[in-house]
Write a protein that binds this ligand. Structure first.
Ligand code: FE
Ligand code: FE
Ligand code: ZN
Length: 276
């Protein structure tokens, strides 16, 4: 079965997201761990969490994915921002343990002029201070489009971060199809080659999730503008190959396309029909 969901608003809690997912024939979802542009987290509602767990179990949900806020930047040149990144992720990871075995995706960061090397060191240093043997959450580095001073648009950079992390078994990568297209990896004409390179550089076992987005921009544009499935430069045939690829088809897929619930429902239906 295709494990697919979309990004949902967390404002009404986990149970609400679970019900919304079911209403669009999804069996997983992504959500922001807290306000994406602010730092404040909602109070945890333990009753909501228990009710959600029951719903997820009854409906065989695949692993859900929390997305860190955009302001989290562990490799900012500003020390206050690096401290904030540490504190936000520490609090997020603590909260996520209330629902075991989630995944937590974050943008590795923007080095803001310090250089990629310094960025990679600061990102891995933060992870080494935060990750614990006991945690059940897997932390995912997202592949980035390479706009501005973003770290993580090259597989080598993600590999370098993981190499410096001690608890590698707590780490993974989330491949965003729009971002890798914009970064210059041709998943349209050379999906096998891109995955071979991923395996050679990072190791395919680290690939834990896919952000399924079409792109408003062509290959190697370094832009990061998501488009609805089939309406951008990636195109529906490529998505059919992606969701059915033997190295990918078992993974959870999360849509982050410019849609409301109704649009997501249509995309999920199209993709489920294309899944073999
Ligand atoms: Fe993201
Ligand atoms: Fe993404
Ligand atoms: Zn994006």
């Amino acid at each position: 079965m295709l494990n697919i969901g979309c990004h949902l608003s967390a404002s009404k809690g986990y149970l609400n997201m679970g019900k919304e997912a079911l209403s669009i024939n999804a069996n997983t979802f992504q959500f922001f761990s807290r306000n994406p542009r602010g730092s404040k987290a909602k109070e945890l509602d333990l009753k909501d969490i228990e009710e959600y767990k029951k719903l997820a179990e009854e409906n065989n949900f695949a692993t859900i994915l929390a997305h860190a806020p955009y302001i989290l930047n562990p490799c900012s040149s500003n020390e206050q921002n690096r401290i904030l990144a540490f504190e936000l992720m520490q609090d997020d990871l603590k909260r996520l343990e209330y629902i075991p075995n989630q995944m937590y995706n974050f943008h590795p960061g923007s080095h803001t002029g310090q250089g990629v090397e310094v960025g990679i060191n600061q990102i891995s240093e933060m992870l080494n201070k935060l990750l614990t043997e006991e945690q059940t959450t897997t932390v995912l580095l997202e592949t980035m489009a390479g706009k501005g001073s973003e770290v993580g648009s090259k597989f080598e950079e993600l590999k370098a971060i993981i190499d410096k992390v001690d608890l590698k078994e707590k780490m993974g990568v989330c491949l965003d199809t729009c971002h890798v297209n914009d970064a210059g990896y041709d998943v349209v004409n050379n999906l096998d080659g891109v995955l071979e390179e991923f395996d050679k550089v990072i190791g395919i076992k680290y690939l834990k999730a896919i952000h399924l987005n079409d792109s408003k921009n062509p290959l190697a544009s370094h832009k990061d503008r998501h488009e609805c499935i089939g309406e951008g430069h990636i195109g529906i045939e490529a998505f059919e190959r992606i969701i059915n690829h033997p190295q990918l088809k078992h993974l959870p897929f999360y849509l982050e396309t410019p849609n409301e619930l109704e649009g997501y429902k249509k995309e999920i239906e199209i993709l489920r029909n294309l899944y073999k």
